[in-house]
Design a protein around this ligand. Structure first.
Ligand SMILES: [Zn+2]
Length: 239
């Protein structure tokens, strides 16, 4: 049983180490997700600007078409003016022409304005695209670095898993099962030290009789309060 207790302590140590490495790995994977989100965010911002640009161009096309129509109307009205006989009709058509001319001036102004806006937007898009390229390069490098760290972590974990496997083989199956169950119920910590009459897992006092049994080391003792498996703290066990 002494040997089993020692192996249990080792198993717990290596499992905690593996838990820590797994946590590190998950944090790194989250880092990669965050880096990818940055690129996606920049791409989405450009997509929005491209849509704005397309809308602006569509508005400009409509204004262009309106300008063509108004210009044609003016040409037609001016031709009619020559054939008009009455003063009243002449005045009415003249008024139509001047209204249409005013409208074409407004349309021309609007077209110029939209053109300027489109140009400005295009420059913005170009600069954002340039930034995106730089960001993509930067992030690809960062991602590569993180991936390298993950693969280093993975190979370390493979070694630890092999060590763990060897420890498990040295323990009775029933003890390993019990260990796994307690570990699941007690957030990863199934084996704890006992010191000065207390369980260091839950800090409760152990019955003196139980504590004394630990010194004999011929039985697997569990804490009556937290059900964790108890081992003696090494300085007591060895000293
Ligand atoms: Zn306890």
């Amino acid at each position: 049983m002494q040997k089993n207790l020692q192996l249990l302590g080792e198993l717990q140590r290596i499992d905690l180490k593996l838990d820590g490495l797994q946590g590190e790995k998950e944090a790194m994977l989250a880092e990669i997700v965050a880096l990818e989100a940055k690129v996606a965010g920049a791409q989405a911002a450009i997509a929005v600007k491209n849509e704005e640009f397309a809308a602006l161009e569509a508005e400009r096309t409509t204004l262009d078409e309106n300008l063509v129509t108004e210009t044609e109307n003016i040409t037609r009205s001016e031709a009619r003016l020559k054939e008009i006989k009455t003063q009243k009709e002449y005045q009415a058509v003249s008024k139509e022409i001047s209204t249409a001319k005013k409208l074409t001036t407004e349309l021309e102004e609007q077209i110029l304005q939209k053109g300027a806006q489109a140009e400005e937007l295009q420059a913005e898009i170009a600069s954002q695209q340039e930034n995106l390229q730089a960001l993509e390069q930067n992030i690809a490098a960062q991602k590569g670095e993180v991936e390298e760290r993950i693969s280093g972590l993975d190979s370390g974990m493979v070694k630890d898993m092999a060590t763990r496997e060897a420890i498990v083989k040295g323990l009775p199956v029933s003890v390993v099962r019990r260990y796994a169950r307690v570990r699941e119920q007690r957030r990863g910590l199934a084996v704890v030290e006992a010191k000065d009459g207390s369980c260091l897992g839950c800090n409760m006092n152990l019955p003196p009789q139980l504590y004394n049994m630990l010194f004999r080391g011929d039985e697997l003792i569990t804490c009556p309060h937290c059900q964790r498996m108890l081992v003696l703290s090494p300085e007591i066990a060895n000293g």
